[in-house]
Design a protein around this ligand. Structure first.
Ligand code: PLP
Length: 402
């Protein structure tokens, strides 16, 4: 049964890669000194900027998301600098640690695992930094572990209110192409992302977008090593400088196909609307499953209470432990669906960790895939005798029909 049909990997990265992207990559190695590879690059840069809603710069790295963090870090910091990290889950903490490892002093504001960044706390912290030591404020747009989505524009407003000169650097690895994001309009100075989530391309490309203010700020950085230096990548005198060496040839052909689909054909705004509808479908089902027949809660519920602070790319859900792990095992073995583990919600190996799972609805996803995941979850809960409310699929389908 498990080897029939197409398996659905519904984990928050790597996401489903469209056949068009796979097919675009299935070809002989291109010449890296001239020809098609050179010709497609201007269009790729143009579409990457449209995706981030910026008219400024983007540098591409052969890297995953951790590499994109490091690319931003080395261009922004020198040993002895100070940064403020706004943490709403394990990935926010991860970026803070990667900055700290460079010898930067990182002050954290941790908002827990269920709540978004409080802009007032940011403003107060910045106002207290009277000698302007904080050079960069780091935050995740969406933290993929908690599925908390932060209000980036409100954080920008907090910086402005405090009259603080720090740069604002945002991790959009989970959210780009899924959740509304306006780099220039929101005053974001640096943004990082990676290929394998909303961008529908296999892991291997990391991206850093930066505006003129961030480019200027990077000139004095003493961590700007030859490979990570973003300046030749945004203004190369030779093609090889775009990638600090050999280009990621096949990934670029795949990325070209993905950007055709996302930016040129569907359009970024339509993709945002699609993700919003699919996310609401998932939330509606879980709200229904959370309501027991007798009016007693079943213990199933969304991790983030306020819809306005929930990601449209991924949803973290709580069950009575160990039901989440049992359910993941069941859908993988019997329904051809792999759900995400509950990363960072409880200490690893702790019994509580088996009470969380995550559902990705990012990238190359549509209505039947999302309803299919929800149907598989409901079948699994019935098979495993996990108490759950009724009418979830009907209510979820009504969201899609509205
Ligand atoms: C996936 C993810 C990362 C890490 O990306 P890798 O490619 O696994 O290194 C970092 N931040 C966020 C928000 C993510 O979703």
């Amino acid at each position: 049964m498990t080897n029939t049909g197409r398996h659905y990997l519904a984990i928050p990265g790597p996401s489903v890669v469209p056949d068009r992207v796979l097919n675009a990559m299935h070809r002989a190695s291109p010449d890296i000194y001239s020809g098609e590879l050179h010709e497609i690059m201007p269009g790729i840069y143009e579409d990457l900027k449209k995706l981030a809603r910026t008219k400024h710069y983007v540098a591409i790295y052969i890297a995953n998301g951790h590499g994109a963090w490091e690319a931003a870090n080395t261009n922004l910091f020198s040993p002895g600098d100070h940064a403020l990290a706004l943490v709403t889950g394990r990935f926010g903490e991860g970026w803070a640690q990667s900055v700290e490892a460079l010898g930067v002093t990182v002050q954290r504001l941790d908002f827990g695992k269920q709540s978004p960044v409080d802009p007032e706390a940011v403003a107060a912290t910045l106002a207290a930094d009277t000698d302007g030591r904080i050079k960069v404020v780091l935050m995740s747009h969406v933290d993929t572990t908690t599925s908390v989505r932060n209000d980036v524009a409100a954080v920008r407003a907090a910086l402005d209110r405090a009259g603080h000169p720090a740069l604002l650097a945002v991790d959009c690895i989970a959210s780009l192409g899924c959740d509304v994001f306006e780099m220039d309009q929101w005053g974001v100075d640096v943004m990082v992302s990676a290929s394998q989530k909303g961008m529908m391309t296999p892991p291997g490309l990391g991206f850093v977008w930066m505006n003129e203010k961030a480019r200027q700020a990077s000139l004095g950085s003493r961590w700007r090593t030859p490979y990570w230096d973003w300046l030749p990548r945004i203004d190369p005198s030779r093609f090889y400088q775009l990638f600090g060496g050999t280009a990621p040839t096949h990934h670029l052909f795949g990325l070209r196909a993905a950007l055709d689909m996302l930016v040129r054909e569907e359009g970024v705004e339509a993709a945002w609307r699609r993700h919003e509808r699919l996310a609401r479908t998932v939330w509606t089902a879980f709200d229904a499953w959370g309501e027991g027949e007798d009016g007693q809660p079943t213990g199933i519920g969304l991790n983030v209470a306020a819809p306005s602070s929930r990601s449209h790319a991924v949803t973290t859900v709580k069950f009575v432990s160990p039901h989440a792990t049992e359910l993941r095992n069941w859908t993988q073995a019997h329904a051809g669906v792999t759900l995400g583990v509950g990363l960072g919600m409880a200490p690893e190996g702790d019994f509580g960790a088996d009470g969380y799972l995550r559902i990705a609805h990012m990238g190359h996803v549509n209505t039947h895939m999302t309803l299919g995941v929800l149907g598989a979850i409901e079948a699994g809960m019935s098979a495993l005798n996990i108490p759950h409310g009724s009418s979830a699929l009907a209510r979820a389908a009504a969201v899609l029909a509205s």
